[in-house]
Design a protein around this ligand. Structure first.
Ligand code: ZN
Length: 551
């Protein structure tokens, strides 16, 4: 047994919320208490390396994507400064000219003339009045194919070499491949339907991000942020045994510092019955550090990309007065209930991406219909993102037994744009309404959606507690929640939605000894300093895992 004294242990367990030390044996918590109390359990080795640190349950990121690590194989061109897995900080690109300059620099250094140039993180909403189009990218190269994924992951922009190569200008108009006044595609490709039209570029963009090095970087970035359980929320290739074997090899390696729950995204794979059988079968392949057996749907797009589905009054008009339309359905709304029924009937957990409130209506209608036909206690079906979810929808979620995983980080990364550009001052204050969810009694977690925004649970909590935007606004002061509520959401709240709260998410006897190790106490610092608390690293199954640069 190992006894870890600490400056404080916050357990997220009501029975004993605070303690001085924790006793661990064979990867699990034996007891929490004072050092003297823990001595009563018998002989233990004292490990006092955390004597001046604060221990919390290891953070649980219930909505992330494994490409957070691998996307650095491509060139970053987002608005915010961002650190890569090696700790190098890439400065943000604050104009289309800066995007073009960065891509030109990379293009010049590329040796293989036939290799495509991939980039990511672009967010045109920060460049008012000007969208990145093929003509801009043609200034980087007219010959090399260029594919720039937007920060939301729901849109890409390509150059004319791609438009010509893939024959995008041929055939009838297509809403996923918008055209300019001259009738030519602008270079923007909307949602998977549009991006898939770029031929092999779309799959090869993702393939490059799923390298072994990228998956390992995902684990390192998690550990550096105090996260001990990750999700890969929506893999489309779990039917491939090689993909599963690679995950197994990586997570079986004791040096890989996180547990990973991988959800199946049924968007592209075979028949429904076949997919249900596959996911049920995959549960048998789960291990202590690797979980299969859950499903993730994607119903709509992103709000900042104007591809999410919104209830009236929908989007603000564009600066020229034109209508923004109302996004795209990624699953036909009248098919959602049947698809849910298939997975629900097999006893599976289904999370659904719903950014817009119209998408939430469709998912809740589906849950209600499915539960009417096939009641099932404790299903924990979860609405992911919930960005515009309204008070009536939260009350309905509570009645249906559904959970909310709220995209709290959006308030920082896009809050000003939601206020000024997408939905306006009123609804932007109601977005990511964690306080309303809690008031309605809906089980809550919150997320960063890495790689959309960087892995960082303390940042997620900071956003929900302060609701500050980069311009200094407090966006929706009445939707702020307490530090304790936020920390609950990123630990036991997230574990609950992964059906793992009997194993992880709090520090109590019998649970896995997974801890976030912090330099300061989140309950004592100024709430505005929450995101700046240093992270020493984690403890995973009783084994200390120092962050890069710590020991
Ligand atoms: Zn996501």
């Amino acid at each position: 047994m190992i006894l870890f004294p600490a400056r404080a242990v916050h357990t997220m367990d009501r029975g004993r919320p605070r303690a001085d030390a924790v006793l661990v044996d064979e990867g699990r918590v034996v007891a929490v208490g004072t050092v003297d109390e823990l001595r009563a359990h018998g002989e233990a080795t004292l490990d006092d390396r955390f004597a001046d640190k604060v221990l919390l349950p290891g953070f649980v990121e219930a909505h992330s994507h494994s490409f957070e690590g691998g996307q650095w194989a491509h060139t970053y061109c987002g608005w915010f400064d961002r650190a890569d897995p090696e700790g190098r900080v890439w400065s943000g690109c604050h104009s289309i000219d800066e995007v073009v300059a960065r891509l030109s620099e990379v293009e010049t250094a590329m040796s293989d003339p036939g290799a495509p140039l991939f980039a990511w993180g672009l967010d045109p909403i920060y460049f008012p009045g000007d969208r990145l189009e093929a003509r801009h990218l043609d200034a980087v190269s007219e010959h090399r194919r260029i594919f720039v994924m937007h920060a939301s992951g729901h849109l890409a922009t390509v150059n004319s070499a791609v438009i010509d190569d893939a024959g995008l200008a041929d055939g009838p108009a297509d809403e996923a491949v918008p055209r300019g006044a001259d009738g030519r595609p602008t270079g923007e490709l909307l949602e998977p339907a549009g991006m898939a039209r770029a031929g092999d570029l779309f799959p090869s963009y993702y393939r490059a991000m799923k390298s072994e090095g990228g998956l390992r970087a995902f684990g390192r970035l998690a550990r550096n942020a105090g996260i001990t359980t990750l999700t890969d929320l929506g893999s489309t290739n779990l039917a491939n045994p090689k993909v599963r074997e690679r995950w197994r090899a990586i997570t079986d390696d004791p040096s890989f510092p996180a547990r990973v729950s991988i959800f199946h995204n049924p968007a592209f794979g075979g028949g429904l019955d076949e997919q249900v059988a596959m996911v049920v079968g995959l549960r048998e392949e789960s291990t202590e550090k690797l979980r299969f057996g859950h499903v993730k749907f994607i119903l709509d797009g992103s709000i900042q990309g104007f591809t999410a589905r919104l209830r009236p009054p929908r989007y603000l008009p564009a600066p020229d007065g034109s209508d923004r339309g109302n996004g795209l359905w990624l699953v036909p709304p009248d098919e959602v209930a049947d698809r849910l029924a298939a997975f629900h009937g097999a006893g599976l957990l289904v999370h659904a991406h719903c950014n817009g409130d119209e998408a939430v209506d469709v998912y809740l209608d589906a849950i209600e219909r499915v539960l009417t036909d096939a009641p099932r206690p404790d299903h924990r079906h979860t609405v992911q993102h919930c960005q515009l979810t309204t008070a009536d929808q939260y009350r309905r979620m509570a009645a249906l037994g559904a959970c909310a995983n709220v995209f709290a980080n959006h308030t920082w990364y896009w809050g000003d744009q939601h206020h000024d550009v997408t939905v306006g001052p009123d609804r932007s204050q109601r977005m990511n309404a964690a306080a309303t969810a809690l008031a309605a009694g809906v089980p809550l977690s919150m997320h960063c959606d890495a790689g959309v925004t960087p892995l960082g649970s303390l940042h997620v909590a900071w956003c929900a507690v302060n609701r500050r935007t980069p311009s200094g606004r407090v966006l929706g002061a009445d939707e702020r929640i307490s530090v304790h509520e936020a920390l609950t959401a990123i630990t036991v709240g997230a574990a609950y939605q992964l059906k793992m709260d009997h194993e992880i998410g709090s520090i109590r006897p019998g649970l896995r000894a997974d801890f976030a190790v912090l330099d300061d106490d989140p309950y004592e610092v100024d709430p505005m300093a929450l995101r700046d608390i240093g992270v020493w690293g984690t403890v995973l199954g009783g084994v200390p895992q120092p962050a890069d640069g710590r020991s």
